[in-house]
Design a protein around this ligand. Structure first.
Ligand code: 5RP
Length: 236
């Protein structure tokens, strides 16, 4: 099976997982290619949910295309589950996210949810986070100062450019990638993240940081992971 087939397989498993929830509730929906398979698989069952809250403009567009109701998170008080992918996940359920640039809204929706259901193929599982560059969303005028602080932590910092992102985002090559929030992203390579919760807290303190793509406070509660032998389910 290739990686797309593995993503589709776990997307379908996530559909079965969320259909176990009592009907008539709101579902949180993440962003990325794995989640896209999940949305497509869930579409025939959309009436099971009162609505969805979305973590990005791209996800909103896909949900609406399938006829899901997309609600303003400010109007939602109860969210039993949030389904999203990850760029890396460690054995305790801590994650690096933000490869698709949606980390801030993803973290907001994850913080609202009772359960974070992470869906990925087995290539995303790592013993220690940090092989994938850590995304940090920033206010543009803080690029210099935040970059210097991140370098003091041992990272190598690169401003994300539009050309380094997904083609479907339709931004001009070589210009900074601009998030749904009008902000920029620094990608930090070379970190060996042995204490994700502590590092998340440290980076959150830098003035100008909007969100760090470490999901330790909002880590996964359930992990569905696909490999050639099928989908396994872990609970943290
Ligand atoms: C987007 C994310 C995604 O969940 C992460 O990048 C995984 O994406 P994919 O499912 O395409 O591999 O954090 O901001």
């Amino acid at each position: 099976m290739n990686q797309d087939q593995l993503k589709q397989l776990v997307g379908e498993a996530a559909r079965d997982e969320v259909l176990k929830l009592a009907p008539g509730q709101v579902l949180g929906v993440g962003t990325g290619s794995t989640v896209n398979y999940f949305i497509d698989a869930l579409a025939p069952h959309k009436d099971h949910f009162a609505g969805t809250v979305s973590s990005s403009n791209a996800t909103t567009e896909r949900l609406l295309k399938h006829g899901f109701k997309v609600l303003d998170p400010n109007d939602v008080v109860s969210l039993p589950a949030y389904v999203d992918g990850a760029d890396e996940i460690d054995p305790l359920g801590n994650m690096i996210k933000g490869g698709g640039g949606a980390l801030t809204r993803e973290k907001i929706i994850a913080s609202m949810a009772e359960q974070f259901i992470c869906i990925c193929d087995a290539s995303k599982q790592v013993p220690v986070l940090g092989n994938f560059s850590l995304p940090v969303e920033i206010i543009p005028l803080s690029k210099g100062v935040v970059s210097r602080e991140l370098e003091k932590l041992g990272g190598t910092v690169t401003l994300r450019l539009a050309k380094s992102t997904r083609a479907d985002l339709n931004q001009t090559p070589s210009e900074p990638f601009v998030t749904d929030n009008g902000a920029w992203i620094l990608d930090v390579a070379g970190l060996h993240i042995t204490d994700p919760l502590a590092l998340e807290s440290v980076i959150n303190q830098f003035a100008g940081v909007i969100t760090v793509g470490l999901f330790a406070k909002e880590k996964a509660n359930i992990l569905l992971v696909s490999d050639a032998s099928g989908v396994s389910r872990d609970v943290f």
